[in-house]
Design a binder for this molecule. Structure first.
Ligand code: HOC
Length: 358
């Protein structure tokens, strides 16, 4: 690792060289004008911290419990598709980096390595991210494979029943490189990847007819004993529905600003959702987290944990498993410093009063 890489953002410029134009457009880009992509980030910068001093910090640590399990720190790896586009070993390299820092990792339905191989290489807790497929039998087999391989939770992503308008990818004429595919979906083409006739609807009467609804959740719960988190909500009404439908947790997410542009930053809607949920289930958040102070702010707003996406992909592309571990290590250390300097000895000490009110 070059010594000048000291912060997550330092990986970006290097990653751009390693990834090449198309993969860079895929990973770094967002939807349309990328307003949400930018605001996910600037939302954290706008929040200011208010330290408390002279508190007893003896025995401080970053450990936390989630869904009945203990984690060394509240930083997870978000599901990201096709990681062999960023590094030859793809998700196998990522899981080694995650294991080194004991970070929970959420593996994408569209991983480019078989989910069983990722699990076999893991020395950390894995969750499996699920896109429900119109073919229920296929979805059930996928869930059974994840259960059998030892994944500890399912993360149902619901904010992308169809893809966003990705102008940056279009301008770069993005296509998957040869040899990289959603290998866990072999034998089944997801609706959005099916060829379309000229003039055919892109959403209504097509993809949206096959998209899952709240009515499918009871079925999903009936085929698994794993806890299921709902990923991709921004509305407190949907958080309430998630509780009513038996979800074990929610992940506040706008899909990294990649699907619909001009959605609010996740950090801006987080307080309404944590207020609505009121501790009944854990609330996690992703989008825009680049600093330990961002992790601290998310927890102060009531999140139980955060997920990072692009930063670890950039680390992966530059230095494989070591890059992923380095990104996690930098962020975890920054979080510890931010806790220490605001007077929070444990994550349960992180409360809204460490956020400055103008
Ligand atoms: C219609 C499905 O998460 C990404 C991935 C894949 C999105 C699939 C959209 O590129 O953000």
């Amino acid at each position: 690792i070059p010594p000048e890489i000291v912060a997550l953002t330092d990986y970006e410029a290097l990653a751009r060289q390693h990834l090449g134009e198309q993969a860079w457009a895929y990973y770094a880009g967002g939807a349309a004008d990328e307003i949400t992509l930018r605001e996910n980030r600037s939302g954290y910068d706008a929040l200011k911290l208010l330290p408390r001093v002279l508190r007893d910090m003896t025995g401080g640590h970053t450990r936390m419990t989630l869904l009945g399990q203990t984690y060394d720190h509240p930083i997870f790896l978000a599901p990201i598709a096709y990681q062999r586009m960023a590094h030859a070993q793809g998700e196998l390299a990522t899981v080694l980096g995650a294991s080194a820092l004991k970070a929970g990792m959420v593996v994408s339905t569209r991983a480019s390595v078989p989910l069983e191989e990722i699990a076999a290489a893991a020395q950390t807790r894995l969750w499996f991210q699920l896109y429900m497929q119109p073919d229920r039998a296929f979805t059930q087999r996928l869930v059974q494979r994840a259960e059998a391989a030892g994944y500890q939770a399912l993360v149902l992503t619901v904010d992308a029943p169809l893809n966003g308008i990705r102008n940056r990818q279009q301008r770069a004429q993005f296509h998957l490189p040869p040899g990289v595919e959603a290998i866990n979906l072999r034998g089944m083409t997801p609706p959005d990847l099916r060829p379309r006739q000229a003039g055919e609807n892109v959403a209504f009467g097509a993809l949206l007819d096959e998209a899952p609804t709240w009515q499918d959740i009871a079925w999903l719960r009936s085929i698994t004993t794993l806890p299921i988190l709902l990923k991709g909500i921004l509305s407190s009404a949907d958080a309430e529905l998630a509780i009513q439908h038996g979800f074990a947790g929610v992940i506040v997410s706008n899909h990294g600003g990649r699907i619909l542009d001009t959605l609010p930053a996740t950090v801006d809607v987080l307080p309404q959702i944590t207020a609505q949920v009121a501790g009944r289930i854990p609330v996690l958040v992703d989008g825009g987290i680049r600093r330990g102070t961002d992790v601290l702010k998310a927890l102060a707003l009531g999140a139980s944990a955060v997920l990072i996406g692009r930063p670890y992909i950039f680390g992966l592309s530059v230095a494989g498993p070591i890059g992923v571990a380095h990104v996690l290590n930098i962020l975890r250390a920054e979080f510890e410093v931010a806790m220490g300097l605001t007077g929070c000895a444990t994550v349960s000490d992180i409360t809204p009063d460490i956020l400055w009110q103008r």
